[in-house]
Design a protein around this ligand. Structure first.
Ligand SMILES: [Zn+2]
Length: 293
């Protein structure tokens, strides 16, 4: 009986105690919420208090883009020149069998062909490069790029960047617009710009300079429905005014005809290239790996 009374007494007291705990918790809770709102200046802070805080995203450490050795090989014609008197064309010429052998050699020696835009991504600190990166570039958008080079690139499934002159498309000796669209859609070929009419930019009036640089980008982008972000100076000719115009047009890189393979962020509009000529096999690789500038 005493026991029961004690229990009842205890029960009688326990209700106010529970009530006090609830009351205390509510008051403390309101206090915390009010403190958060006054600190945070409004409801967003309030919501954050009630929900688990999202995992903070680490601030990316700014990457220092170090100079990198990326050979950018420069090709023009890939064909057997029919007219033996055309010495300029013969000088720029490379046999389809030669380029086939060169690509096979590069792959045997573990080179990875990349796009110019991949190099631009590296220079922007956006991505890393594969082991032994190399860029195959083809200038001018000649018909034989489609008929001779493209089948070889497809055979080995390697990437290449083609600098196309949109004002010359559909002319004899140049690719048709449909051929450019087709190669661009393949994901193996990246289309880049080379002015509208293959002009010497160093000797061009400022207004025409801007048109040639900007319009070649616009025309090609409309044609292939992809961004065109890389540029090549016709005849390798440029100066500081030309570089500024290329940068202002929104390009990310520009290649020259100056020899070398050391590419840097600071020289992204003066990237160096190499002419492989007729070298094949081990002679090609030892030449490639002996480049010093
Ligand atoms: Zn050219």
């Amino acid at each position: 009986m005493r026991y029961n009374r004690a229990m009842a007494k205890k029960k009688k007291h326990s209700l106010p105690v529970v009530g006090f705990i609830v009351y205390f918790s509510v008051v403390v809770g309101i206090f915390i919420v009010l403190a958060q709102v006054s600190q945070g200046g409004g409801s967003p802070r309030f919501l954050i208090t009630l929900h688990p805080r999202p995992t903070p995203i680490p601030t990316p450490i700014p990457r220092i883009v170090t100079p990198v050795r990326v050979p950018i090989l420069m090709y023009h014609y890939v064909e057997i020149v029919q007219d033996k008197r055309d010495t300029i064309r013969r000088g720029l010429d490379i046999l389809p069998t030669t380029i086939d052998a060169e690509i096979a050699t590069l792959l045997t020696h573990k080179y990875t062909p990349i796009f110019m835009s991949d190099l631009a991504d590296y220079l922007d600190g956006k991505s890393s490069l594969p082991e032994k990166p190399i860029v195959l570039t083809f200038d001018d958008g000649y018909r034989d790029f489609y008929t001779d080079a493209y089948p070889i690139l497809k055979k080995y499934h390697v990437k290449a960047t083609a600098y196309v002159v949109p004002g010359f498309l559909n002319r004899p000796n140049y690719m048709t617009k449909d051929q450019v669209k087709e190669v661009a859609a393949s994901d193996l070929i990246e289309i880049a710009a080379h002015t509208v009419h293959h002009v010497n930019l160093r000797g061009t009036q400022p207004a025409l300079l801007t048109t040639e640089i900007n319009e070649s980008k616009n025309l090609l982008e409309q044609l292939i429905d992809k961004p065109v972000t890389d540029f090549a100076y016709p005849y390798g000719l440029y100066n500081q005014i030309v570089i500024s115009a290329v940068a202002a047009a929104g390009y990310r890189t520009a290649v020259t005809t100056k020899p070398g393979d050391l590419q840097t962020k600071d020289t992204r509009f003066e990237l160096l290239r190499l002419r492989p000529g007729g070298r094949v096999g081990i002679a090609f690789i030892s030449w490639l790996e002996s480049i010093k500038n």
